[in-house]
Design a protein around this ligand. Structure first.
Ligand SMILES: *[C@@H]1O[C@H](CO)[C@@H](O)[C@H](O)[C@H]1NC(C)=O
Length: 167
């Protein structure tokens, strides 16, 4: 009896150890995997550009976005979270970042997207600095693994200038 319990205990310890080894191997192999993401965006239309009663500029945009994040998927990838941010500089802040759209990619088969989107979240400035402002659209992605740590990266996918006058 004693020896059976003892062996069971050894077996469980061994199983736990092997699982830990496999988990570290999984995240270790991920560090050597360098994804090559391609993405592109362009502004199809400025639907609305105005100053709100509160004094803050507000923009509504329709974008044509395409991205291919298939290379971010390995056997250790659980999902990939992506968001498109409008980023610009003002005298007050060197980086203003407004998230316009986001999406969760569940598998490699859905990692190639092409869509015409209107910003899902409001694009509102803290003030009225947006007339004639140069805006960068930046794609950010977070590769969430089954085991190991999340890998974060980004790329600029478009540069454009907002109109000098409100619509
Ligand atoms: C959107 O972009 C894709 C390629 O990035 C292009 O093939 C397509 O014609 C564009 N659509 C519009 C409506 O501009």
């Amino acid at each position: 009896m004693h020896s059976v319990l003892y062996r069971l205990n050894t077996l469980i310890t061994l199983a736990g150890f092997l699982l830990a080894v496999m988990c570290s191997l999984a995240s270790f192999t991920d560090t050597f995997h360098v994804p090559s993401v391609t993405a592109h965006a362009e502004v199809l239309k400025v639907n609305r550009f105005r100053k709100q009663l509160t004094g803050n500029d507000e923009v509504s945009l329709t974008l044509n976005v395409s991205m291919n994040l298939r290379s971010t998927f390995t056997w250790n990838t659980k999902q990939v979270f992506v968001f498109v941010a409008a980023e610009y500089e003002t005298a007050k802040n060197s980086l203003n970042q407004v998230s316009l759209w986001d999406h969760i990619i569940q598998d490699k088969g859905h990692a190639k997207l092409e869509a015409q989107i209107t910003n899902k979240y409001p694009f509102i400035d803290q003030g009225s600095h947006l007339r004639g402002k140069k805006i960068q659209l930046v794609l950010h992605w977070y590769i969430m693994p089954k085991t190991g740590k999340t890998i974060e990266d980004k790329m600029v996918i478009s540069d454009f200038r907002l109109p000098q006058v409100y619509t």
